[in-house]
Write a protein that binds this ligand. Structure first.
Ligand SMILES: C[S@@+](CC[C@H](N)C(=O)[O-])C[C@H]1O[C@@H](n2cnc3c(N)ncnc32)[C@H](O)[C@@H]1O
Length: 347
């Protein structure tokens, strides 16, 4: 009889794993299905898993139908893509695009195992700023549906090696594609204090931008925890009237501003918004989920300008927010804003 392969669970201190890499059950949802279901039912997101935000609302805006072609510009864990693709069949197909070369193969393996073959689902690693080129490379003139769910996935945030969050100690990296560009630590070292203050203000509306910039430029910082500690202790000392929650928000905005700068996120979004009208077929739908005001402002303005110019036949008149229920079950939904537009029939 063949021996069953046996792997030891990772060693950890205490009764429950705390560090990301120790959470072996959450990181293997196929093997530990019931444990992972319990975590989801308790309102938490298991490590290494991304729960699609406002899924019902996104589907309502995009109205995917059999035979149509869609691009998910931000595939992530493939939650939105899977639900859209189910509605495109039979006869339709979806192109899943993502900048992240580390998570993309995991999502590809999951969706292939779920039964989606190469005839209906294509994966592309790249930046959505190049959406027209992605569509042309697939031999298409335009598509019926485009989705962009901006920012980072839970898998990226939770993994301390990626350096996106201060919840775990990790290198100050923050690149969605780690094989390109500069990690956040190098960006911090290169920027002048004045440029850094501009980034903190412009990318995250940080009210204490100048003070935080001076704190971050005191000595080189190379880990997520070092940045968190420098901002937290520096702000608390310089502005004792700030509450703990105020300081925490400033730390969060500092991380957001650095991530946006490292990945040049606003330039990519601007390029996508410019390209959308020529990527969408007449009557085609686009939905964009944003997570902070800098993103939402851009989407709102571009859709309104397109509507005035007759490029879009219809646009969301109000921003759509996650329900109380979803926000309670998934904290990451609380800052999400959804906007949509419909391409006009005439070119
Ligand atoms: C919030 S997650 C998407 C989650 C996905 N909707 C799901 O249901 O799992 C955002 C994803 O967009 C990717 N991303 C961010 N900016 C991008 C860009 N400019 N081009 C392509 N992908 C990008 C990130 O790597 C990340 O995987």
């Amino acid at each position: 009889m063949a021996a069953t392969p046996h792997t030891r669970r990772p060693r950890y201190r205490g009764t429950h794993p705390r560090a990301f890499h120790e959470k072996y059950k959450e990181l293997n949802p196929e093997r530990f299905k019931s444990e992972v279901e319990k975590i989801v039912a308790s309102g938490k997101t298991p490590a290494g898993m991304h729960r699609p935000i406002m899924l019902a609302e996104v589907l309502e805006c995009l109205r995917p139908a059999a035979g149509e072609v869609a691009v998910d510009c931000t595939l992530g864990g493939g939650g939105h893509a899977e639900a859209i693709l189910q509605r495109l069949l039979p006869g339709g197909r979806l192109i899943g695009l993502d900048l992240d070369p580390l998570e993309l193969p995991r999502t590809e393996a999951r969706l292939r195992a779920a039964g989606f073959g190469a005839d209906v689902l294509t994966f592309r690693q790249g930046n959505f700023a190049g959406l027209p080129q992605v569509i042309a490379a697939e031999g298409l003139e335009h598509v019926d549906i485009v989705l962009a769910d901006l920012g980072v996935s839970s898998m990226q945030l939770d993994n301390p090696d990626r350096g996106f969050s201060y919840k775990g100690v990790g290198p100050l990296d923050m690149r969605m594609n780690p094989s390109r560009g500069q990690p956040a630590s190098e960006l911090l070292a290169r920027l002048t204090e004045a440029d850094l203050a501009r980034i903190l203000d412009g990318h995250a509306d940080e009210p204490h931008a100048a003070l935080i910039a001076s704190l971050l430029k005191q000595t080189p910082l190379t880990t997520t925890h070092a940045v968190e500690r420098r901002v937290r202790t520096g702000l608390t000392k310089a502005l004792p009237r700030l509450t703990k929650a105020d300081v925490k928000n400033s730390v969060r905005r500092t991380f957001q501003a650095l991530r946006v700068a490292v990945n040049d996120e606003f330039s990519a979004l601007d390029a996508l918004l410019r390209a959308l009208p020529r990527c969408l077929a007449p009557g085609g739908r686009v939905a964009i989920l944003t997570f902070h005001s800098g993103e939402d402002r851009r989407v709102k303005k571009a859709f309104q300008a397109g509507y005035r110019a007759g490029v879009y036949a219809e646009i969301a008149d109000q921003v759509i927010r996650a329900s109380m229920e979803e926000t309670r079950a998934n904290r990451r939904a609380s800052s999400a804003k959804l906007r949509w537009a419909v391409r006009a029939d005439t070119p």
